[in-house]
Design a protein. Structure first.
Length: 375
């Protein structure tokens, strides 16, 4: 227990400044019966979320070391009340991660964003969507949001993610919509997004529809690249951009067409001739000027987006984020925020241990001074 207590003190030191006050302000520590302190409340919740113990097993283990004197039902209620507290801790840790310098990418702050689904157990379990953004190449999470998958405003959209001038956002075809491109453009950010010809109409200089099928057919040889100036029509303005395209190898094109055929066999719509044609190409729309990135560099940078897919794989395997052991909305959200808090604490510990502290932990008073100083 002495070693475990020492480790727990290091975890407490990683938490954002004022974490105990946030428990009071959010109502998580109201009438703290059965817990010795706010720290013990958090430790018990993370024991349940992080280790995957059932509520009953968590209570038994915590009672054995004298941390709590509550029932498993009471712990469930505590978890529900802690939803806002855990969310605030996650947001504070994300804000702290802004100390890290962005990757050098011609002056851009490169980011990859995506969404992933998490399901509650059982055939009728609810689905939740985590909207997630990481910086490249550090893979530090700089934004997260948790929503249901039903209802207005819950879908994947570039406009959901806050951006700043100088950001370079990498996203998959699910985010390829005029409204999202316009939202990022109005915030001063640049975008590289895999083209979805159905959801992102392209226009030429004269204001006519861009002849994608005819133009893309001009790329005859595998590995050949081309680009065209195109425009996207938003709700309030016309946004200039470039369409960069590369012809796939025969094997890669055949694999993509097999996936399309498989979806049709499983009850999906019959593919259009244009869909089968476009499967032979990688097409990326970008608002980055040609003076900043060449056609080849745009296509290569888009490939970096795959890093966020690997982040999701790690979260769902190492952090066991793949399924929810909860059956009501409030406890499910609290459980997810707890999992994300554990991931962010691990991320912060790795950053501090690697870059700053040779003895394995930091001195709190010195770090408070540095935070005030803006370091």
């Amino acid at each position: 227990m002495q070693l475990l207590d020492e480790d727990w003190e290091l975890v407490l030191d990683l938490l954002p400044f004022g974490w105990e006050q946030e428990a009071v302000l959010s109502g998580a520590s109201e009438r703290l019966r059965g817990f010795r302190s706010i720290a013990d409340l958090l430790r018990t919740l993370l024991l349940h979320v992080g280790k995957g113990y059932s509520l009953r097993e968590t209570v038994v283990r915590a009672k054995a070391v004298g941390m709590v004197r509550v029932s498993d039902v009471a712990l469930m209620r505590r978890l529900q009340k802690a939803e806002e507290w855990l969310r605030r801790l996650c947001v504070s840790l994300l804000q702290e991660s802004g100390w890290e310098l962005p990757a050098e990418a011609r002056g851009y702050n490169a980011r990859a964003l995506d969404g992933t689904l998490v399901k509650e157990p059982g055939r009728s379990g609810s689905l939740w969507r985590i909207h997630y953004s990481v910086r490249i190449p550090s893979l530090v999470c700089d934004h997260l949001e948790l929503t249901s998958v039903k209802g207005a405003g819950t879908g994947e959209s570039l406009g959901r993610f806050p951006a700043s001038p100088g950001d370079l956002v990498l996203a998959d075809r699910g985010f390829c919509k005029p409204g999202g491109v316009e939202a990022l453009h109005r915030q001063g950010a640049a975008v590289m997004v895999r083209l979805n010809s159905s959801s992102l109409p392209l226009w030429d200089r004269q204001g006519s529809r861009f002849g994608l099928s005819e133009q893309i057919r001009q790329i005859q040889e595998t590995g050949t690249e081309r680009e065209w100036p195109v425009w996207v029509q938003g709700d309030q303005e016309r946004i200039p951009g470039r369409l960069c395209a590369l012809r796939k190898s025969q094997e890669a094109a055949a694999r993509a067409r097999r996936r399309i055929a498989r979806k049709a066999q499983q009850g999906g719509p019959k593919p259009k001739p244009e869909t089968l044609q476009y499967a032979g190409y990688v097409m990326v729309f970008t608002t980055v000027p040609a003076s900043h990135f060449s056609t080849t560099e745009v296509l290569e940078w888009y490939r970096v987006r795959w890093q966020i897919e690997l982040v999701f794989k790690r979260l769902k395997t190492l952090a066991e984020l793949g399924s929810l052991p909860k059956h009501d909305d409030q406890s499910a959200r609290a459980w997810l925020y707890g999992k994300l808090l554990i991931a962010l604490l691990g991320q912060k510990l790795e950053r501090l241990g690697r870059d700053i502290s040779p003895w394995g932990y930091r001195q709190p008073e010195a770090w408070k001074w540095q935070r005030v100083a803006g370091l």
